[in-house]
Design a protein around this ligand. Structure first.
Ligand code: ADP
Ligand code: TYD
Length: 208
């Protein structure tokens, strides 16, 4: 096992640029010869990708927040077993588009007042935190115009509306204050290259 492998996550509201920044970080790690895998939640393993479809497609009201916690946690457990742990065990850094912080904020603090339930299930079934988390912070109005209209049928959460995204933003900032050792808040309203520079600098420091 290569002790340098780290578990890095990206969090933030819908359309805040997480997948864009993960792709850019991957290119930079590639150039630096750092072995890594890119993955995402919900999904990141064949079984979890099947669960993803249940969660991100269809009527916004199709699941209660409680049912969502169970589905996201089931997907995460499979992702951890099949993708995250095997990669870290073979010395590859893992970069994940969302992880447990999304459940804490979406289901625990915004969809419902269910943080305790989220924490209990997390402790029992997942029991792993990232080494480093980037919280991409930006005005939800601007993010919504970026993110909506992608037309891929995966807009279930975006359809909860702008007020929901405002509450998510506040939830992610609260989370950054709760876990200051691993969380870095990034101003995501800027040019993509400037954001990528900040992120790469931090990651290379942490990996060094
Ligand atoms: P997320 O994964 O957080 O939903 P994406 O990376 O898919 O966000 O970005 C959402 C949209 O915004 C995409 O169309 C993407 O090209 C665009 N985008 C991403 N980052 C920026 C940026 N810094 N400035 C302007 N547009 C951006
Ligand atoms: P994602 O594909 O990251 O959407 P986006 O690219 O729009 O940011 O995630 C799908 C949706 O699932 C997103 O709206 C956030 C939501 N979600 C939760 O509500 N709880 C969770 O635990 C996770 C991982 C995602």
């Amino acid at each position: 096992m290569d002790g340098a492998a780290r578990f890095i996550t990206f969090e933030g509201i819908d359309g805040s640029g997480k997948s864009t920044q993960i792709r850019r970080l991957s290119t930079r790690l590639e150039s630096a010869g750092i072995p890594h895998v890119m993955t995402r939640e919900p999904g990141g393993s064949p079984g979890a990708e099947e669960i993803r479809r249940l969660l991100v497609e269809g009527d916004p009201e199709r699941w209660s927040a409680e049912t969502e916690i169970l589905l996201f946690t089931a997907a995460r457990r499979d992702h951890l077993e099949k993708t995250i742990r095997p990669a870290l065990a073979t010395g590859r850094t893992v970069i994940s588009d969302r992880f447990a912080d999304s459940t804490r904020v979406y289901q625990g603090a915004t969809r419902g007042d269910l943080r305790r339930t989220v924490d209990v299930l997390h402790a029992e079934m997942i029991g792993r935190e990232p080494d480093l988390t980037f919280i991409l912070d930006m005005d939800p109005r601007a993010a919504l115009t970026r993110g909506l209209g992608r037309g891929n049928g995966e807009e279930r959460f975006e359809e909860f509306g702008l007020d929901f995204q405002e509450r998510l933003r506040a939830g992610f900032l609260d989370l950054a204050a709760e876990f200051p050792e691993r969380c870095r808040v990034i101003d995501a309203g800027r040019d993509a290259e400037a954001i990528a520079d900040d992120i790469a600098r931090t990651v290379l420091e942490v990996l060094a």
